[in-house]
Design a protein around this ligand. Structure first.
Ligand SMILES: O=P(O)(O)OC[C@H]1O[C@H](O[C@H]2O[C@H](CO)[C@@H](O)[C@H](O)[C@H]2O)[C@H](O)[C@@H](O)[C@@H]1O
Length: 408
């Protein structure tokens, strides 16, 4: 754990209304068939315009506004009745740990491909985005940060006595090792809103695929098994390359216009931007929304979405985590194969695009990380990163046992 607050759970994100269509945008695509995704603007959830008031509603949103499905009914009922209805929601999205056997049986004889979101999935949500490490470890590039850790460590024995949940703490420390083990057994990709460089530096595993900037920057592994390396040579896709100068310009403008709002932070994720308001006084949210809105109004080729206490600004191309998942499956040679079983674990609204792709393909499963009932396209759930860790370990263990059984 880092020394900052770990956020246990919060509201689902809500995307804002659409803006006027823009001209088609061509990417730096080295994969011709993916150009089709770039020739249409994505009008589903964005636009540079809109009213700051509606943004505020989205920023404050604590439950979905359109109640349609059984899951949504469970969600709304949860809002009024509490924990009891979480149980109802869990019947629709059972725990991937409790129902592990069901999930394992469905994947029998198929190639599992693992997709993992980063923030809120592999790393607990914390106040400072630059310190969202994957485990309790402190980055080796930040030696000063070790000082408080040393004092905290001396309290660990006391904490162990005091807290019956010590297993959780120890499990979190093991996340990197667990992901490494998963990648030894299955092709594995990290799919994140962060830029690929940053998420790679947090995860520090060169054998993985990385799809940063919400899937707009896809890289293959640097090492790992030879058969994966060969396939990975094809994997390098940056559909929003043409937007780099615009993103840089908007980044500078946003840093300038928001610097008067204490606690706000603009993060440059290379092909997209994040404006964080987790540490901004709620009374200032309206001002922040207005400043962001008035800046991106000048850029009709950019759109806005919401994440967990973050406004996300990205190119208005039809590309998201779901498209990145499809791209990676194809690059790995699994397109059109019935014997592939993708698993996608994520906690945020942007992960829903990937869950939806799996649902539509009827292949594999989405697993939502959440401690509250949410409307989701995922089939299963896990409560928090500590449970993700348990799940990753379990699937490796299961694979090892299956391999043993095949040998005898
Ligand atoms: O797709 P993800 O890997 O989940 O990235 C989504 C955003 O995650 C980060 O922000 C979130 O986590 C921060 C650290 O825990 C937290 O402080 C912030 O409030 C969350 O929104 C990241 O900083 C963003 O750039 C990503 O877009």
């Amino acid at each position: 754990m880092t020394k900052q607050n770990v956020v246990m759970q919060e509201e689902p994100a809500v995307a804002v209304a659409a803006a006027a269509p823009t001209r088609a945008v061509s990417g730096g695509a080295n994969h011709a068939r993916y150009r089709k995704f770039l020739s249409r603007p994505d009008l589903s959830s964005g636009g540079g315009g809109g009213k700051a008031g509606s943004w505020i509603e989205s920023m404050k949103a604590s439950s979905p506004t359109h109640v349609k499905s059984a899951a949504a009914r469970a969600v709304s009922s949860f809002a009024s009745h509490g924990e009891q209805d979480y149980d109802g929601w869990m019947k629709l999205h059972p725990s991937a740990l409790d129902d592990f056997e069901v999930l394992a049986a469905a994947s029998k004889g198929k190639q599992i491909v693992m997709f993992l979101d980063y923030d809120g999935t592999l790393s607990p949500i914390v106040d400072d985005p630059d310190r969202a490490f994957m485990s309790d470890e402190v980055s080796s590039s930040d030696p000063l940060a070790l000082l408080p850790l040393v004092s905290v460590l001396s309290l660990v024995p006391l904490f162990l006595l005091w807290n019956g949940g010590t297993k959780e703490l120890l499990l979190l420390k093991q996340m990197r090792e667990a992901v490494r083990e998963v990648a030894r057994h299955f092709p594995t990709a990290i799919v994140s809103g962060r830029c690929t460089e940053k998420v790679t530096s947090f995860v520090e595993l060169s054998e993985l695929y990385y799809a940063g900037s919400h899937g707009m920057d896809i890289k293959g592994p640097n090492d790992g098994p030879q058969h994966l390396k060969a396939k990975a040579e094809n994997v390098l896709f940056q559909p929003a390359r043409d937007f780099l100068p615009m993103i840089d310009e908007v980044y500078k403008r946003l840093v300038e216009t928001t610097k008067c709002i204490p606690g706000s932070m603009v993060e440059n994720n290379k092909f997209c931007l994040s404006v964080h308001f987790r540490c901004v006084d709620e009374k200032k949210w309206c001002l922040l929304a207005e400043k962001v809105r008035s800046t991106i109004t000048d850029y009709p080729k950019l759109r806005l979405t919401h994440g967990r206490k973050v406004l996300e600004i990205r190119p208005i191309i039809k590309w998201d985590k779901g498209k990145a998942l499809e791209f990676l499956l194809e690059s790995l040679g699994y397109d059109g194969h019935n014997d592939v079983f993708p698993l996608y674990i994520g906690d945020d609204r942007t992960d829903e695009d990937a869950f939806k792709v799996l649902q539509d393909r009827g292949q594999g499963f989405g697993i939502l990380v959440s401690t509250i009932a949410k409307e989701t396209n995922a089939s299963f759930s896990l409560r928090e990163p500590a449970e993700v860790l348990k799940f990753l370990r379990r699937i490796v263990e299961w694979k090892q046992i299956s391999m043993e059984e095949c040998r005898v």
